[in-house]
Design a protein around this ligand. Structure first.
Ligand code: FAD
Length: 437
């Protein structure tokens, strides 16, 4: 490391992909960087877990990359890890009148019976192509997806395809989400998906190892309790072991945690953080003795209106071979919910009892003794809710406290949150820190 007086010591709160990406760029130009992580692992929301007999880790919350995820693929190339990316084309299905239909290609989407008449098919194709090639999103954020899609795709396409998606993802807030979010989602999604050899945790571990090799300190199990601005512009971070001082700090926590960490932020910035809305996620992961979807479907969007107790049924081992997981068939039962929903307080056993009957609707042969093991993962901050004119409400990465920066999923708008955008905003934050903006 260089030792001249321009070398600064930066703290990063959070060893998710945003924090690790910022650390890479700050260290690259010679600054000292310490990453503080409350958990005892790196990877944040994209972290995985492993069981005896599994060669690969399983993400706590289902994860894959889209082929349009240029920031993540750029990072992988820079780290020399591109050859460890696996690209596959799993099958996604949507429900319509008692059956599931593939939605994994433009042709399959056009054949979806929710809009099978030639006129509706043509309208669906035309509007989808228009959205995919439309360049700007600004005008679309002034209107809700609920209004826009009904108007341009029509009621039937809305109710059969878009409404279940919006209800599933945003629950009672589904009518409030703006159309720019839907535009970004349609634009960025690809039917071919990618993952990392060994799982996302293997990638985060390799990334952290590389950073450590370059001199970045990553201190696990070290939650930061507060960030305090000091006269003269330095920042004091309060750790369980006592205070430490830094020249600057990037926080990658949720907006609510950021407000608690830095109560001396001006009231307008604090209010901006606290006014942001988001959904939490509850995911029950099951290791089954047998394959659930014998058609090989990876992703089911389930309609809650038909009595399904959760939104997404994801058979991970219809994406990746069960041989990576000791022959276990890995199934996620996931849902996005308001953070005060009862699923956040029910026990794993209660949720297993509520969720398992839905599996027999997917495969009538399913019986509870197929479940070899199960794990429950919950997070109160999983999916920001972009309301109308959301761009006006996004907190700036540079906070009003000199030297204190903030980068989270709520600021990657209009893009739907994801590891790709965590990398992008982490690197953008590093650029702002380096330019002193
Ligand atoms: C259900 C679900 C499914 C998803 N699916 C996908 C997908 O398929 N593909 C994809 O690319 N992305 C997906 N994502 C999104 C992706 O996980 C996130 O966008 C990304 O991981 C965010 O990275 P981050 O670094 O911004 O934040 P995080 O990963 O949240 O990292 C923040 C870190 O800060 C730490 N922290 C918090 N407070 C403190 C403190 N006081 N002191 C120290 N450390 C602290 C946390 O422990 C955490 O490790 C999904 C997310 C969820 C919830």
């Amino acid at each position: 490391m260089e030792t001249n007086s321009t070398v600064k010591h930066y703290a990063i709160i959070g060893a998710g992909l945003g924090g690790l990406s910022a650390a890479l760029d700050l260290r690259k130009v010679g600054h000292a960087v310490t990453v503080f992580e409350g958990a005892d692992y790196v990877g944040g929301l994209a972290a995985g877990f492993k069981q005896p007999g599994w060669d690969w880790s399983v993400e706590r919350f289902y994860h894959h990359w889209f082929l349009s995820d240029s920031s993540i693929f750029g990072l992988l190339a820079e780290l020399g890890l591109s050859d460890q990316v696996k690209i596959l084309q799993p099958k996604t299905v949507a429900y319509y009148q008692g059956r599931f239909y593939p939605l994994d290609s433009p042709l399959a989407a056009l054949k979806f019976p929710g809009y099978s008449f030639p006129f509706r098919m043509a309208r669906f194709g035309f509007v989808t192509v228009y959205l995919r090639y439309r360049a700007g999103w600004q005008a679309l954020e002034k209107v809700t997806a609920h209004e826009w899609v009904r108007k341009y795709y029509g009621e039937r396409v809305y109710s059969s395809l878009f409404e279940p998606l919006l209800v599933g993802k945003f629950g009672p807030h589904y009518k409030d989400v703006n159309m720019a979010w839907m535009w970004a989602r349609l634009k960025a999604r690809t039917t071919r998906l990618a993952t990392f050899t060994g799982g996302f945790q293997a990638f985060s571990d390799l990334f952290a190892e590389r950073l450590r090799g370059q001199g970045v300190q990553i201190r696990l199990s070290t939650p930061i309790n507060q960030v305090e601005p000091l006269p003269g512009g330095r920042l004091r971070l309060h750790l369980p072991s006592g205070p430490e001082e830094f020249d600057g700090c990037l926080s990658t926590t949720s907006p609510g945690l950021m407000a608690r960490l830095a109560p001396s932020l001006p009231e307008t910035y604090l209010k901006g953080l606290l006014d942001l809305r988001h959904m939490g996620a509850v995911v029950l992961t099951l290791a089954l003795r047998e394959q659930l979807s014998t058609q090989g479907y990876y992703w089911y969007n389930l309609p809650k209106s038909e009595g399904y107790p959760f939104l997404a049924l994801v058979e991970h081992t219809n994406f990746l071979s069960p041989q990576y997981f000791g022959g276990d068939h890995i199934v996620y039962c996931g849902d996005y919910l308001d953070p005060d929903h009862e699923y956040f307080s029910l026990s794993k056993e209660d949720l297993v009892t509520r969720f398992l009957p839905a599996l027999a609707r997917i495969n009538p042969r399913f019986t509870p003794d197929w479940v070899r093991d199960s794990w429950l993962w919950r997070t109160p901050y999983a999916q920001p809710i972009p309301l109308v004119n959301h761009s006006r409400n996004i907190p700036a990465i540079q906070t009003p406290i000199p030297g204190l920066y903030f980068a989270s999923m709520s600021q990657v708008y209009p893009w739907d949150r994801g590891t790709n955008f965590a990398v992008k905003i982490g690197r953008e934050a590093a650029r702002l820190i380096l330019s002193g903006v």
